[in-house]
Design a protein around this ligand. Structure first.
Ligand code: SF4
Ligand code: SF4
Length: 418
């Protein structure tokens, strides 16, 4: 493990190009909280000069895994990858907290238990009206270290995958694809899944939703539990490898990046290149493979802007495709967002573990959105949707935030009705 930390950080020339890109460093302004500072700390651990203290753990945990530093580094160092490995090292040396062990090792790795737990949570949320801003049940949140006004999305009582058949046919079939749904669309935002399926079948694509797919593992390895994430990756690999499909579609940049890169690069699993080359984000597939241009009208939105999810833009390299599709909508003005590819502060479970930092980073995004005067923000990741909606709600500003696929599907419906 220490050799891996050495390998990942050895080439750092301490130039500091990565610092300006780091959203956490921008807020704290302390060298130790910059990517370069974290790399130096990790090298210190390798050399035996830095102990696994609480301060070290905090600095390693404060990274939001946005990959911005990696994109800037001229020496090919990935501070982001080094930090994830440092968390794994911490998990090995100091253990994983019981609650995380229960969630990651027991609930998430059990194919039936995870959705069942989410449904139970959904039922409890409705029973104790946790969603209401003034519900007394919210008093539990500060006890758990969360802000009283933390947005908690409704978990679905029936998951998206439970609602759908395994195969959704189409007329004039051009392609047959597998849809890797991901936890966000499956458990919280089923409208994303519905939009993906509607768009694909409308444009002549048969969709298979493999029953045995599981979480891609991102929240698990982000917490340092590489063993739990490896279990999930191997289960998913078995499912995806045995399908007769032309492509694997995702509508979450983190799922796509994890399948395409992290299963191999981070977890060391052999993933056939025939499989990784088939992974497409929905907007990428619509533009690059189906040459879709909607020229349809989207109701109730005059100006649209787009926020790049970190893993979609820097992990999957998807940047132009959503913009092209959104710009093609009729009667709608597309405006570019300043610093569109800067993190929104969502970062998976980051907003739960580090609510203050998450909100500070998110507030910058809100400011930039307000400058565009857009009434709708499209994005390509369920976590970004959750974060942006929460940030606008805190600021008491009315803005629609939707997944790009949902926006396109709404335009398509409107087009079909006229
Ligand atoms: S991944 Fe993002 S938050 Fe983490 S060190 Fe790099 S730039 Fe900073
Ligand atoms: S990680 Fe890369 S960009 Fe950052 S200081 Fe080291 S060499 Fe420079």
């Amino acid at each position: 493990m220490l050799n891996e930390l050495d390998r990942l950080t050895f080439n750092c020339i301490k130039c500091g190009y990565c610092k300006a890109a780091c959203p956490v460093y921008k807020e704290i302004g302390e060298e130790a909280a910059s990517p370069r500072g974290r790399v130096r700390l990790i090298r210190g651990v390798y050399a035996g000069d830095v102990s696994l203290s609480q301060r070290y753990r905090k600095l390693i945990e404060l990274c939001i895994s946005c990959r911005a530093c990696t994109a800037e580094c001229p020496s090919g160092v990935s501070p982001n990858q080094a930090v994830l490995n440092a968390r794994h090292h911490l998990a090995i040396e100091c253990g994983i907290p019981l609650i995380k062990r229960l969630i990651f090792r027991r609930a998430m790795t059990a194919r039936r238990m995870f959705p069942a737990s989410a449904k139970l949570l959904g039922f409890l949320q409705r029973a104790i009206i946790l969603q209401s801003r003034y519900s007394p049940a919210r008093l539990i949140l500060p006890i758990l270290g969360l802000p009283f006004d933390k947005a908690i999305p409704y978990f679905q009582l029936k998951t998206f995958r439970d609602r759908m058949p395994e195969v959704i046919p189409t007329t004039n079939r051009k392609y047959r694809v597998a849809y890797f749904v991901g936890c966000g669309a499956n458990l919280i935002y089923p409208e994303i899944g519905e939009a993906v399926v509607n768009l694909l079948t409308y444009f002549g694509v048969e969709v298979v939703i493999p029953r045995k797919q599981m979480c891609c593992g991102t929240p698990v390895f982000t917490s340092g539990d590489f063993e739990g994430a490896t279990h999930l990756a191997r289960q998913n690999l078995k499912v995806l490898s045995n399908l007769d499909v032309d492509a694997i579609i995702t509508a979450c940049g983190s799922c796509g990046t994890t399948i395409k890169h992290e299963w191999h690069d981070l977890l060391g699993i052999e993933v056939p290149s025939e499989l990784t080359s088939k992974v497409y984000d929905i907007t990428e597939f619509l533009t690059d493979c189906l040459a879709v241009s909607l020229s349809a009208h989207i109701p109730k939105a005059k100006t649209i802007t787009y926020h790049d999810p970190c893993h979609l833009v820097r992990g999957m390299g998807v940047q132009n495709q959503p913009r092209k599709l959104l710009s093609s909508l009729a009667d709608t003005r597309y405006v570019e967002l300043a610093s569109a590819d800067t993190c929104c502060g969502g970062g998976g479970a980051y907003s739960i573990y580090h609510p203050d930092m998450s909100r500070k980073i998110g507030a910058r995004k809100v400011d930039n959105v307000l400058k565009t005067e857009a009434d709708l923000v499209a994005t390509g990741c369920p976590v970004c949707i959750l974060q942006l909606r929460e940030m606008f709600s805190i600021a008491r500003i009315l803005r629609q935030v939707e997944h790009t696929a949902v926006v396109l599907n709404r335009a398509l419906k409107e087009k079909s009705q006229n």
